[in-house]
Ligand binder design. Structure first.
Ligand code: GTP
Length: 221
């Protein structure tokens, strides 16, 4: 992950039901940055379910100027891993809540995911963004953008639609979340705290000058 020149590290968790596309979204975002020659690589059709938590990273430049390092935690959507994934909620500043626009149940579970994080973190610690994923599957869609927007508004967050398959809005989603975190920091809604890993300030590395021989000054004898 590019760290040079980064001023902050934001820790972000991606949550949502199994198979909504969390891993594909993250991979698209991270691998997109590596400059692949294929403009539209297909998400792996037989993508294996995430076991526990996996980590990704990418640096982003904020419109205000500074670079941020995004540390991204991909969680397993399956219920049997919930105990493990829950332990990661406290130390995040950003949460992407993902549902699949063709899977009604995954949309209905969004308030539960939101509540899980709130119960661990308390209010005002994290910035949330709701994502309706697989927007390329228009013919089998069963959640409209309007009702998703209404849910997002009722939970106090923004909403976007994404597709890893078509590479639609993927970078924009992470950029939107990072900008909102930066604004919350600037306005003092989120504060840096020593024992909290959500936001870390990255101190610029000052190059060490070669040590010079110490002169003891004029001889005293
Ligand atoms: N059509 C379409 N399919 C997608 C998209 N993103 C992911 N998929 C497919 O959805 C399935 C599940 O994707 P994953 O990324 O493994 O989903 P997940 O949410 O990480 O799943 P868990 O690890 O079990 O929680 C795979 O078959 C992907 O190829 C997308 O944008 N469009």
């Amino acid at each position: 992950m590019e760290a040079k020149g980064c001023r902050y590290q934001f820790r972000v968790v991606v949550l949502g039901d199994a198979t909504v596309g969390k891993t594909s979204l993250l991979r698209r975002f991270v691998e997109g940055a590596a400059g692949t020659l294929e403009p539209e690589p297909e998400p792996e059709p037989e993508a294996a379910p995430t076991v526990g938590v996996e980590f990704y990273g990418r640096a982003l430049q904020l419109p205000a100027g500074p670079w941020v390092k995004l540390q991204l935690w991909d969680t397993a959507g399956q219920e049997r891993f919930r105990c493990m994934t829950r332990s990661f909620y406290r130390n995040v500043v950003g949460v992407l809540l993902v549902f699949d626009v063709t899977n009604r149940k995954s949309f209905e579970h969004i308030p539960d995911w939101h509540q899980e994080v709130m119960a661990t973190q308390g209010p005002d610690k994290a910035v949330f963004l709701l994502l309706g994923h697989k927007s390329d599957l228009e013919s089998t869609r069963c959640v409209s953008a309007q009702e998703a927007e209404e849910l997002a508004a009722s939970l106090g967050m923004a909403f976007m639609e994404t597709s890893a398959k078509k590479n639609c809005n993927v970078d924009q989603a992470f950029q939107t979340l990072a900008n909102a975190i930066q604004q919350a920091l600037q306005q003092g809604d989120i504060r840096l705290e020593e024992d909290w890993g959500g936001v870390r300030l990255i101190k610029p590395q000052i190059p060490r000058l070669p040590s010079r021989k110490q002169h003891a000054g004029p001889c005293q004898c």
